[in-house]
Design a protein around this ligand. Structure first.
Ligand SMILES: O=C(O)CCC(=O)C(=O)O
Length: 186
């Protein structure tokens, strides 16, 4: 299954499989994950990160957050294998789980470019409210908006060197969205 190509430029590519996992229940995924409210420090100011998160995988640090190593739970293993088959890659080693409680929760422009993360393919799965996922070239500022809905799978392939991505606030969204980002460690 090839998916829709939503961005393709040189080696960089994003593919989307709309509704591929639509049979899954948002509420069940919310219950399965031990959510955590982290504090982040940006430009010397510390505040609650505007989303809840959980991490499974080797020890990992992003922004000012230190995640200890944690096993990927059995509930995520079937999904991991499914994604690996879809994307023709080995099963992923790590999963970052994000819960956006409503449209006020968001993620600013960033890249997943930590040295230990393999940028060849990152798989993102969304459940719940539809939200705009934005991608922007770091130099040309050319941008893409990909609405991600319930059950959508999105691949980010060789994207992290030249592109930033973000999930902006949306005042009119009053329902939760859950996102799982599967990564390979190297
Ligand atoms: O919620 C999303 O779709 C993106 C999450 C994200 O960019 C991240 O956690 O690095």
């Amino acid at each position: 299954m090839d998916g829709l190509t939503v961005l393709s430029s040189g080696a960089a590519r994003c593919r989307q499989w709309p509704g591929l996992l639509a049979a899954e229940s948002l509420d069940e995924w919310v219950e399965r994950i031990p959510w955590q409210q982290n504090r982040i420090t940006v430009y010397g100011k510390t505040y609650d990160e505007p989303r809840l998160t959980a991490w499974f995988g080797p020890a990992y640090r992003y922004s000012s957050i230190d995640w200890p190593a944690t096993q990927i739970p059995v509930e995520l293993k079937a999904l991991n294998n499914h994604l690996a088959k879809l994307l023709e890659c080995p099963p992923f080693d790590a999963v970052l789980c994000n819960l956006y409680r409503d449209g006020q929760d968001a993620m600013g422009w960033h890249r997943d470019n930590e040295l230990e993360i393999d940028p060849a393919v990152i798989a993102s799965v969304s459940f719940g409210a539809s939200r705009d996922f934005k991608v922007r070239h770091r130099e040309t500022k050319e941008g893409w908006t990909v609405p991600l809905g319930h059950g959508d799978v999105l691949s980010m392939e060789h994207l992290q060197a030249d592109y930033d991505h973000a999930l902006p606030r949306r005042a009119r969204v009053d329902a939760p969205r859950l996102n799982l980002t599967f990564r390979h460690f190297r």
